[in-house]
Design a protein around this ligand. Structure first.
Ligand code: FAD
Length: 366
């Protein structure tokens, strides 16, 4: 008999949601998380209304203490050279460290086991089970399970196991959290920040996609993405830009966070096998502007339904999971395409045709 029905690699939002649902179905469930938790996660921590709806439906009301100041952003501003595109929506503002920790605790309350500082380092499929190799400190251990869920993020090793021949390029995202000052002059001019908005700067001078700026619990948070070799130069250029145009005066760098992002896309990867499925960032489904929390939660729900049907109705796991993903992926991918279009046009021409945007957007963004 296998040690577990389901082992989940990763205790981010996708892994924790899966752990909770699997435990509620009565599956013997283990989540392994390679970091010590609670852990910081490079993320802007914006919860779109659709993500909040899923969390409240399946887990419960977001506790006050994980919500930051400002509690809500009124929306996003994409700042081009000659125009600013404003996209309005109430987006709840949290620290990912606290959100993920709260969700992890909820999965434990539901009956899942969660072990942190435990790294999935190997896996091998047999006919009736999967053997998972876990390293905790200097100790390696083998665990057997009927199913393995890869919820191990953007550079997933479970995805690499399933897709050994796909070549991926990685870019680096670096976020810096400062104490300091910035011009809080107000709205739509090019020299004042409204702290109730999240700012994108799709500027080739300091990013491969866009730089970003937000204010959270008094920190001025800035970030950008580039190749790992050029990231320090890129963020220095971004800081110079903010000093010049927004009177940014950094006083103390409180902490930095970084991570790699893959060049692979949902359409080109294998999403699972007889006993494995990928969810969350590992399966690479994200909305416009890289909103990934909502899609991660949806993929978790799809994966647990597919496992339940595989166990109770003997349906094939990946095919069933694919059918569920097909129901959600069209809208997510269209939304991502639209976000990419906005970012590219703002990078190239400095502005975006807002009328055309209105026609395209519909309900896609939120
Ligand atoms: C800079 C940035 C800003 C973002 N801002 C937003 C935002 O504001 N709103 C939004 O909706 N989305 C945002 N996203 C996207 C969002 O963060 C992701 O879509 C979301 O975190 C995916 O959740 P996940 O659980 O799949 O992965 P993750 O949150 O990355 O969790 C994966 C977990 O797996 C663990 N892990 C990795 N490898 C192993 C292993 N071998 N063994 C065990 N554990 C392992 C990791 O330590 C991690 O805890 C942002 C992304 C970035 C990079």
């Amino acid at each position: 008999m296998s040690d577990f029905d389901v082992v989940i690699a990763g205790s981010g939002v996708a892994g924790s949601m899966t752990g909770l649902l699997c435990a509620e179905y009565g599956f013997k469930t283990l989540i392994i998380e390679k970091r010590k938790i609670p852990r910081h996660k490079p993320c802007n921590g914006m919860l779109w209304p659709s993500a909040v709806e899923i969390i409240e439906k399946y887990i419960g009301k977001l506790p006050e203490e994980i919500i930051c100041t400002p509690q809500k952003y009124d929306g996003l501003k994409v700042v081009g050279k000659t125009g600013i595109l404003e996209i309005s929506s109430g987006v709840i503002n949290v620290w990912r460290k606290n959100l993920d920790y709260w969700m992890g605790r909820k999965s434990i309350e539901a009956g899942a086991e969660l072990i942190d500082s435990a790294n999935l380092v190997g896996m091998g499929e047999k006919d009736k089970e999967i053997i998972i190799e876990v390293k905790k400190g200097n100790k390696k251990e083998k665990i057997s399970a009927k199913f393995l869920i890869g919820a191990d993020g953007d550079t997933s090793s479970v995805r690499r196991y399933l897709n050994p021949h796909l070549e991926e390029k990685l870019r680096f995202v670096l976020m810096r959290h400062y104490e300091g000052e910035i011009c809080l002059k107000g709205d739509d001019d090019f020299c004042g920040v409204n702290m109730n908005y999240f700012y994108f700067f799709p500027n080739p001078a300091f990013s491969l996609r866009y730089g970003f700026l937000q204010i959270k619990d008094g920190y001025i948070i800035i970030g950008t993405n580039h190749t790992d070799r050029s990231i320090i130069e890129a963020i220095s250029n971004f800081e110079r830009f903010l000093k010049k145009h927004y009177s940014f005066k950094p006083q103390k760098l409180m902490f930095s966070l970084g991570c790699y992002r893959t060049s692979l896309s949902f359409k080109e990867i294998k999403i699972g096998s007889k006993r494995i499925v990928l969810i969350g960032d590992a399966v690479l489904l994200r909305n416009a502007f890289n909103e990934g929390i909502g899609p991660s939660l949806l993929t978790a729900i799809c994966a647990v339904k597919a496992i339940e049907e595989s166990v109770n109705r003997e349906l094939p796991l990946v095919e069933t999971y694919r059918t569920y993903l097909d129901m959600i992926s069209g809208k997510i991918l269209k939304s991502k395409e639209m976000g990419e279009k906005i970012i590219s046009e703002m990078r190239i021409s400095g502005k975006f045709d807002a009328e055309q945007f209105g026609k395209m957007a519909g309900s896609l963004l939120w």
